[in-house]
Design a protein around this ligand. Structure first.
Ligand code: HEM
Length: 462
């Protein structure tokens, strides 16, 4: 009896050993075959990037991806593999090709995962659609186009400076991050929908502002784990974090719908006829070259992309100036001589302010993470490697802006480096992404910067 039990156990043990060895062998074989077929196998990068993008995703959701990728560039060079299907580049010739005006490398589907079920000019991977939408909304962003909006912008800037002054008198400090966000939110409301969100009047952080502040974190989770989010939505089950994310998405959509409705009411009931950033888009919806959903999705994009980008940049600008006494006194000297009631045109002769803005955009680019693009049909030869069609190539300005050749001592906040910018600096400077450009920051911060220049607000932060 004992002998037969022993034999059975021996056999089972042997079977287990046999199964595990077979499993191990098959796995090694599959790994071996897949690496033979792996078209990116010769691109430098950490060993695990060949098998998984989880490490990059971990850094993405923890807000450290730009510095993680930068470290990889420093270790491996101008092209680095970060996941099985994604490479990052810093070589400027390759960067120019990827972001060429011909738009041959479309945005990847990752953009759609940032804001699921919303497709607008920021997120669409469809080149034809992107071109059509861009035509409808881009003309007001030229310097001359923005001039029409200057009175509204200036009025908000005056208001925000008052708010900051009052708060710093009563509290001894002013929460500039909050005030800039209120201001840019109001500006984008006024410019896109004909009416401000009145945050500078209400002066309270409401659900809308709280949602704007959560947007970045929420988008990173949605894009890092798109399958989980889609799975959850399809199953319709209830899970605490996902429920919050869903409620957040519903509110985001509602803000856009309500803003468009407010604009419609203003036009129909109060005869509003001033131009907005959306004037062409509104017309396009009337003649059906833009659907109601497309209009709403773009409105949603403007609400989020138009406010915290500018407010965060302005916050970094004030913070950097206050931390650098030399920069601060130089800037104040330039601004003190401006006439009372100066206009935007007066600020054209404030070159140091311009340099401070450019240095802020270089040192603290508000979208520092990679902008992923899909390699088109036929593949692409970049940095001496062939990348097949369908793979992702990304560029992050965080690394371009820290190129020590273009920007010696790159971590230093030094506006004077922009006095005579070299071609290398101009080529590596990409705060607006490849090709796209928004002048709104320049317009608001010129005026805001000068208002700060009267000394009272700036000194209270010093
Ligand atoms: C400091 C302020 C801003 C910065 C640094 C900034 C940065 C960027 C970047 C990096 C992109 C490219 C994204 C990509 O290619 O994936 C982008 C796209 C865009 N931004 Fe901004 N942005 C700013 C303010 C604004 C404002 C105020 C608006 C107005 C609503 C705006 C409208 C757009 C639009 C429409 C696009 C999409 C362009 C396209 O794909 O054709 N941005 N922005």
């Amino acid at each position: 009896m004992n002998t037969s039990m022993d034999t059975t156990q021996e056999l089972l043990k042997f079977n287990h050993l046999y199964s595990w060895s077979a499993f191990g062998l098959v796995t090694i074989l599959l790994f071996f075959i897949s690496s033979l077929r792996d078209p990116l196998s010769n691109i430098p990068g950490p060993w695990y990037a060949r098998w998984t993008g989880l490490v990059a995703n971990y850094h993405w959701v923890s807000g450290r991806k730009p510095s993680y990728i930068h470290e990889l560039h420093q270790k491996y060079g101008p092209i680095v593999r970060v996941s099985p299907r994604e490479v990052y580049i810093t070589d400027l010739e390759a960067v120019r090709r990827v972001f060429s005006i011909k738009n041959e490398f479309p945005k990847t589907k990752w953009y759609l995962d940032l804001v699921p079920f919303v497709e607008n000019v920021f997120t669409t991977p469809d080149i034809v659609r992107h071109r059509r939408m861009r035509r409808l909304i881009s003309s007001p962003f030229s310097e001359s186009g923005l001039k029409a909006f200057l009175p509204q912008i200036e009025q908000k800037v005056d208001l925000v400076i008052n708010c900051m002054e009052e708060e710093s008198k009563t509290r001894g400090v002013a929460d500039i991050y909050k005030w800039w966000l209120f201001m840019t939110t109001d500006v984008i409301g006024e410019l896109s929908f004909g009416e401000s969100f009145r945050m500078l009047e209400s002066r309270k952080v409401n659900q809308y502002i709280a949602d704007l502040q959560t947007n970045g974190a929420m988008s990173s989770y949605r894009s890092a784990f798109p399958f989980l989010f889609q799975f959850y939505v399809r199953l319709g089950i209830s899970l605490p974090f996902f429920d919050k994310a869903r409620e957040f998405s519903v509110r985001e959509k509602n803000y856009a719908t309500e803003s468009l409705q407010r604009h419609k009411d203003l036009v129909e009931k109060e005869g509003l006829d001033k131009p907005t950033l959306f004037t062409k888009a509104y017309e396009a919806q009337s003649n059906e070259s833009l659907t109601a959903d497309e209009l709403r999705d773009n409105a949603q994009g403007f609400i989020t992309a138009g406010s915290d980008t500018t407010s965060n940049t302005l916050s970094y600008l004030v913070w950097s100036v206050c931390r650098n006494p030399e920069v601060k006194s130089k800037l104040l000297r330039e601004l003190e001589v401006l006439p009372d009631g100066f206009t935007y045109d007066d600020l054209r002769h404030a070159p140091y302010l311009d340099r401070v803005i450019d240095e802020t955009l270089r040192r603290f680019p508000i979208i520092p993470a990679g902008l992923p693009r899909e390699v088109p049909k036929g593949g692409a030869d970049l940095c001496g490697y062939h990348i097949p069609a369908g793979y992702t190539v990304a560029v992050q300005n965080y690394s371009l802006h820290r190129d020590p050749v273009a920007f010696p001592d790159p971590e230093k906040f030094d506006p004077s480096r922009w006095e005579n910018p070299t071609q290398a600096m101009k080529n590596a400077f990409m705060p607006w992404g490849g090709g796209s450009r928004s002048d709104l920051l320049r317009t608001t911060s010129r005026k805001a910067g000068t208002s700060i220049g009267d000394g009272s607000v700036l000194q209270s932060f010093s």
